[in-house]
Design a protein around this ligand. Structure first.
Ligand SMILES: [Ca+2]
Ligand SMILES: [Ca+2]
Length: 284
């Protein structure tokens, strides 16, 4: 459906983005895009001892996600081999995301695990096997709705996902640590490969928003407004793994920080300090 020219002019005069509209499945036109130069790097972790320390998440922090629907998404490219329960992100104080939530990926089986624990009991919600292949970029979205969990890969819902253990629940309110690329309480679940555009919302994203974000391949302005992708106000964490302008202005930033562009401004510390690297030129 084409818009009359006077309507386009009116939208331009009002400063309204072209993202508004259309009933087609989500496309890049449904979201504000950042310039390509803003996504020039991703995070590489070696699967041995590399991770990003995000420090303690206190009770007032929106990353608690306590008792409410939420969404975690990330672009990833995993190398073959390594640990079968490699963490993309983990906010917890024990195995199986005890007292919190976590997202993991098994490169051998090509399976995603979405863990949630409410303080008393938990869920290990796992995708089907062979859902993705190592060595390629993929987009995972884990959604905790009020009554069920979902795992989406590359824009499609995995309808075969099921509980390896436990049943549906939502996260506890608990002070725990948080890390990108491993779990919290000991070594052993280190990520081997690349991570990019890790994002967390304190709401369950719609299927259409998931399709839009997949189509944008890491270039969506998650903090931007749009009447189709309308979750900017629910964005509680967004780790771009080095934005273009910042990296180019200060290349030394590579050595120590991963900037959070969302409301929480939670900046991670690379561990060990000269281990993980922001990999310029490697993006989804
Ligand atoms: Ca990036
Ligand atoms: Ca290392």
């Amino acid at each position: 459906m084409k818009r009359p020219i006077y309507l386009l002019l009116a939208l331009l005069l009002l400063g309204v983005s072209a993202c508004s509209s259309m009933d087609a499945p989500g496309s890049v036109e449904d979201v504000d895009l950042l310039p390509d130069m803003e996504n020039i790097a991703s995070l590489y972790l070696d699967g041995d001892d590399d991770y990003v320390e995000m420090d303690e998440v206190d009770l007032e922090d929106p990353l608690q996600l306590a008792g409410e629907p939420f969404t975690v998404s990330a672009w990833f490219r995993q190398e073959a081999g390594g640990d079968p329960f490699q963490r993309i992100v983990d906010k917890s104080d024990g195995p199986l995301a005890h007292n919190g939530w976590a997202l993991a990926a098994d490169p051998e089986e090509g399976r995603i695990h979405f863990y949630i624990h409410d303080g008393e009991s938990g869920a290990d919600f796992a995708s089907s096997s062979g859902l993705y292949a190592a060595g390629e970029w993929h987009f995972v979205v884990a959604v905790a709705r009020a009554d069920r969990l979902e795992i989406w890969i590359d824009g499609d819902l995995d309808t075969e996902s099921r509980y390896e253990s436990g049943a549906h629940t939502l996260p506890a309110a608990a002070v725990t640590g948080m890390r990108i690329g491993t779990w919290n309480h000991s070594n052993g679940r280190e990520w081997q490969g690349w991570l990019d555009e890790l994002a967390v919302w304190n709401t369950a994203l719609s299927p259409k928003s998931i399709a839009i974000l997949h189509a944008a391949r890491g270039r969506a302005d998650l903090a931007g407004s749009c009447d189709v992708y309308a979750q900017a106000g629910n964005l509680v964490g967004w780790w771009r793994m080095g934005s273009g302008a910042r990296l180019l202005a200060d290349p030394t930033a590579i050595a120590w920080s991963v900037e959070d562009h969302a409301c929480g401004a939670r900046t991670g510390s690379l561990r060990p300090a000269h281990g993980p690297r922001l990999d310029v030129g490697e993006v989804p």
